[in-house]
Design a binder for this molecule. Structure first.
Ligand code: NAD
Length: 261
């Protein structure tokens, strides 16, 4: 028996990077998983890769900033798999620039994906969790940037701090229904989102890519190591499977000691 046997999970942004690995480990732990992503081709390919029979994984087209798409996607998952037990609100992007050069449209776009996306998916999934009467677990993909700041990342740091606030409200409102909410705060993980930033930051700071990794990204870790997708996925399984309201409203940092709380 897996730790998440027959639980139904929606993982947003699960066609790539951290979300993809969470979907994979959830399936290995017995869950049924919806791979919800803006990129529907990649979401369907991921679902097929993980579960060729199509019985326990499904791709779902979902732009998390679009209320109608979020609601339709969550309904389709609940109809196919029989309700919703776990939401991992993970979809995200990164845009780097100093504040004085930051385009207002880019600020709004980033906040919408991280914060509107978290709100809309939470709202849609909570309705099912409350009505089903079998509890639930909401997990937000925060970051060390939910606790710390870095130059060039104004909207990202703002959004990631904001998720902690939303999590605490969900923890309070959800408690009577046995719904828990927590935030995972990873350090740097080598996904496409981070690979893209390395040359961008090298250019912005006028340093080499190697120096970005050593002196910007991993400088404060205890061992100079990147966090891995597996480190994050294991934490997600632990939070998703935790049996009581004792662990709710929390943010867990998984960062090789970059940030110690
Ligand atoms: P990634 O780029 O590998 O994957 C992100 C996924 O989100 C992609 O599949 C993309 O299509 C999807 N997506 C983007 N916009 C979307 C939208 N509007 N609706 C639905 N899906 C959308 O990135 P990743 O590194 O795996 O990041 C996943 C999450 O982890 C993000 O919230 C990110 O901020 C967070 N995070 C990443 C790191 C890191 O170092 N990689 C560290 C801390 C937190």
């Amino acid at each position: 028996m897996g730790q998440l046997q027959d639980k139904v999970a929606v993982v947003t942004g699960a066609a790539s990077g951290i979300g993809k690995d969470i979907a994979n480990l959830f399936l290995a732990e017995g869950a049924k998983v919806a791979i919800a992503d803006l990129n529907i081709d990649a979401a369907n390919a991921t679902a097929l890769e993980f579960d060729p029979t199509g019985t326990r994984a499904m791709g779902v087209a979902m732009n998390v900033t679009d209320e109608a798409q979020v609601n339709a996607g969550v309904e389709a998952v609940a109809a196919k798999f029989g309700g919703i037990d776990i939401l991992v609100s993970n979809a995200g992007i990164q845009i780097v620039a100093p504040i004085v050069d930051f385009a207002f449209d880019d600020w709004k776009k980033l906040l919408a994906i991280h914060l509107d996306g978290a709100f809309l998916t939470t709202k849609a999934c909570l309705k099912h969790m409350y009505a089903q009467g079998r509890g639930g677990s909401v997990i937000y993909m925060g970051s060390v940037h939910s606790k710390e700041a870095s130059k060039l990342k104004a909207p990202y740091v703002t959004a990631k701090h904001g998720l902690i606030g939303l999590c605490k409200v969900v923890a309070k409102e959800g408690a009577e229904f046995g719904v828990r909410a927590n935030v995972i705060c990873p350090g740097f993980v080598r996904t496409p989102l981070v690979e893209k930033q390395i040359p961008e930051q090298a250019k912005a700071f006028g340093i080499s890519e190697e120096a970005v990794i050593k002196t910007v990204m991993l400088k404060d870790t205890v061992d100079g190591e990147f966090t891995t997708v597996d480190d994050v996925a294991r934490t997600a399984v632990f939070l998703a499977g935790f049996p009581t309201n004792a662990l709710t409203g929390q943010s867990i940092v998984v960062s090789h000691g970059w940030y110690m709380q």
